[in-house]
Ligand binder design. Sequence first.
Ligand code: FAD
Ligand code: NAI
Length: 468
Amino acid sequence: MVVGDFATELDTVVIGAGPGGYVAAIRAAQLGQKVAIVEREYFGGVCLNVGCIPSKALIQAAHVYHQTKHPEIFGISAENVTVDWSKTQDWKQNQVVKKMTSGVEMLLKKNKVEIIEGEAFFSDRDTIRVVSGDNAQTYTFKNAILANGSRPIEIKGFPFGERIIDSTGGLNLPEIPKELVIIGGGVIGSELGSVYANFGTKVTILEGSKQFIPSFDKDMTKLVEKDFKAHGAEIVTNAMAKGAEVKGDRVVVTYEHKGEEKTVEADYIMVTVGRRPNTDQVNLELAGIDLDDRGFVKVDKQGRTSNPHVFAIGDIVPGPMLAHKASYEGKVAAAAISGEKDEVDYVAMPSVCYTNPELATAGHTKDSAKEAGLDVKVTKFPYGGNGRAVALDQYSGFVRLVTTKEDNVVVGVQIAGPSASDVMAEVVLAIEAGMNAEDIALTVHAHPTLAEATMDAAEAALGSPIHM
Ligand code: FAD
Ligand code: NAI
């Protein structure tokens, strides 16, 4: 504790009000703990302010624009379709983001969580100091949940500025660029790339590895690649970005491709090569909290760190950087503080890429199942055999189930198609509950729905497909 500063005592303190922190705080309060939450910048964290939510708003706006401009297949023609970008931005910010973030603040208050605005730093194993402008206050705590999130990685040769931007810059561009180069064809690069490609920008994506969106199976990402190409976008794989030079309102990128040095020019360069945990910002060493060799906080299955009174959740702990993972870990940590036996189990953790088509995966892929020593088979049902998808004119995709050979237990799912993120939910439940393909096949699915494709895939897995 700092001399001359009277410490306020807290029971459970949560640091960071993102999808990890605010959910942990509410659950801890529901379990009867006296909870305070410290937030330095914005309620809802990266996800609600500069991540999941604003990106999905722009994806929707861009999709509506493109559909309205090209309705010919439905026998409709449209002229003079225009976009007022400032109104699009205003809608995204003031009607979507603001609505969601003010909801978080309201929920915290409703659950009697004390809100402390400021930046928290550990002073020792059970003390934090919260700094806000010229003021600072010391607090001791019985338990803490650290949920202070992550930030974009800035690479050498690409200093962030007006023309070289990160994902937050990409969400808030002052104009729709004529040309945009994206370094990193991962989840953010492909999602925001699809926004601008739909708005008519000439998008070039430089991806360092050999596959576009490498965290999803190749037969899924190929479909997205095809859609990008149909929008005039260029995707260059095995392309390592080397440096950038800003020339007035243009910027030139140098990259290496198949041993050759090449350049490409654009109005903006968006760098989306991953995110790093904010574990270097809170004096973890003073609290006795150990990190792994990649800078993530080491935790046990309840989220407990090497300091048993401090739990860590979300983007600062190992595993995929996903909002729903952060929230899940937050609930487990809150329960652990209340003495419950809850532990994390990532067996059915879903992951989605909101491109066209959407890509969704949960549980095992064929390869990961084999690596885990499971004897599995895969069954793929194409959306071409699904009436709803055909009527939507969005049928280039499939549902793939990964099931055990012996007793058809569902251990994985991959979906490429319209609303894959939502269609996946019943299979995630099946994996979580240890159900088999029969459970899905025997469940009556409304017709015509996209979800029928999972029933069809399950029937195919059982050797009795109706629609293929
Ligand atoms: P954060 O959301 O980063 O929240 C941490 C909070 O802690 C912040 O509010 C920060 O201000 C605060 N903080 C940090 N340090 C301190 C301190 N010292 N004192 C007080 N407060 C502090 N994930 C998905 O699952 N689905 C998506 O569709 C998706 N889309 C995304 C799109 C983009 C463009 C980006 C960038 C990310 C996206 N993500 C998505 C990832 C998702 O945003 C993160 O996984 C999620 O926000 C992590 O939650 P968190 O609570 O761990 O941290
Ligand atoms: P990412 O890890 O998904 O993709 C980064 C890509 O950049 C990789 O494909 C990598 O090979 C490539 N790369 C790295 N260095 C490079 C270089 N020098 N030149 C060219 N390519 C290079 O990271 P991204 O897209 O920044 O997203 C960060 C995190 O945010 C992800 O882990 C993801 O989980 C989360 N997120 C989740 C979303 C969702 O759930 N829908 C949406 C957006 C983000």
